[in-house]
Design a binder for this molecule. Structure first.
Ligand code: ZN
Ligand code: ZN
Length: 296
């Protein structure tokens, strides 16, 4: 716990501690209380890195991973499972994170168009409160299965594994963002009671650790309970989460660049509404980071 505390107030994090100041208390003490809220996740992380959570088996298919198939970089997934995931390369929409067509009619034109204009054919004209999205892969196949399992009670180890995986795919890009603080999408307390795990918070913990940036796990809050987005149509999804988020305790974000973390981005409604709360609290820039982009 002490170690994590040091991480939160030293080095680049000092800048972020200044970023998170409370409008009623500019001394920064309130900002630190927000940063300290990440400690529970840090405890989970330590259990994982002690080897209590990651066994010598693939977290997805439970195949034994010894010798050559044992990854050297903390991603406890076997080669077969990794082969069943589709990761994106650079050809993704900067605004919504969707993959851009690589081959076929009009692919070149679409790629050029997406570089010139904000948004691709999926998201153009849509007003998001975040400025950009980075997604590691497609919400399909093995990655989809892992993300669904992450939401269940046994999901903590899986969330950390997926966090490592996303870091391996996109870590360089995350570092280049030079974000001031890492903020996960929160669950409403009612849903937390059921799931007992917030996979977005665990992913955010992995990225914050890797980036040596503070995690502000409790900065955002759900103002109200919202229906699950799963069964809703796109317009219903936007209505369902409209103004559902707030920034806790009147914190002012002083022009910060926030890395906003969630597991999946589908319409972008949830992340956009969370970004609205962050921007209204003074954030200058919000970059959404997700493990997977769902496209229809
Ligand atoms: Zn496997
Ligand atoms: Zn797009």
């Amino acid at each position: 716990m002490l170690k994590h505390n040091k991480l939160s107030i030293r080095g680049p994090a000092q800048k972020a501690a200044r970023v998170l100041t409370n409008s009623a208390n500019r001394s920064g003490a309130a900002g630190r209380s927000v940063l300290a809220a990440g400690r529970t996740a840090a405890a989970t992380w330590r259990r994982a890195t002690l080897g209590l959570v990651f066994p010598g088996a693939c977290v997805s298919c439970e195949a034994e991973m010894g010798g050559d198939s044992s990854p050297s970089n903390d991603v406890p997934l076997c080669a077969n499972c990794l082969d069943e995931m589709e990761f994106f390369d650079d050809a993704t929409c900067r605004q919504c994170g969707a993959p851009l067509p690589k081959v076929g009619q009009g692919a070149d034109k679409m790629a050029k168009d997406a570089a010139r204009n904000p948004g691709c054919y999926r998201c153009r004209g849509r007003k998001y409160w975040f400025q950009e999205t980075i997604a590691a892969g497609l919400y399909l196949g093995r990655l989809r299965e892992l993300l669904l399992r992450m939401k269940r009670a046994e999901g903590n180890a899986l969330s950390l594994a997926v966090g490592q995986l996303v870091w391996r795919q996109r870590g360089e890009q995350f570092a280049a963002l030079e974000a001031d603080v890492v903020v996960p999408i929160p669950l409403h307390w009612r849903r937390r009671l059921v799931h007992r795990t917030n996979s977005a918070a665990l992913l955010a913990e992995v990225f914050a650790r890797r980036l040596k940036r503070p995690l502000a796990e409790r900065l955002l809050r759900r103002r109200r309970h919202t229906a699950s987005q799963f069964s809703l149509t796109p317009p219903q999804r936007w209505d369902n989460v409209r103004r559902a988020f707030g920034v806790r305790g009147g914190h002012h974000l002083n022009e910060a660049h926030v890395m906003l973390v969630d597991d999946i981005l589908t319409t972008g409604a949830t992340c956009s509404e969370a970004a609205r709360a962050l921007r209204n609290a003074g954030a200058a820039r919000v970059t959404v980071v997700v493990a997977a982009r769902a496209v229809h």
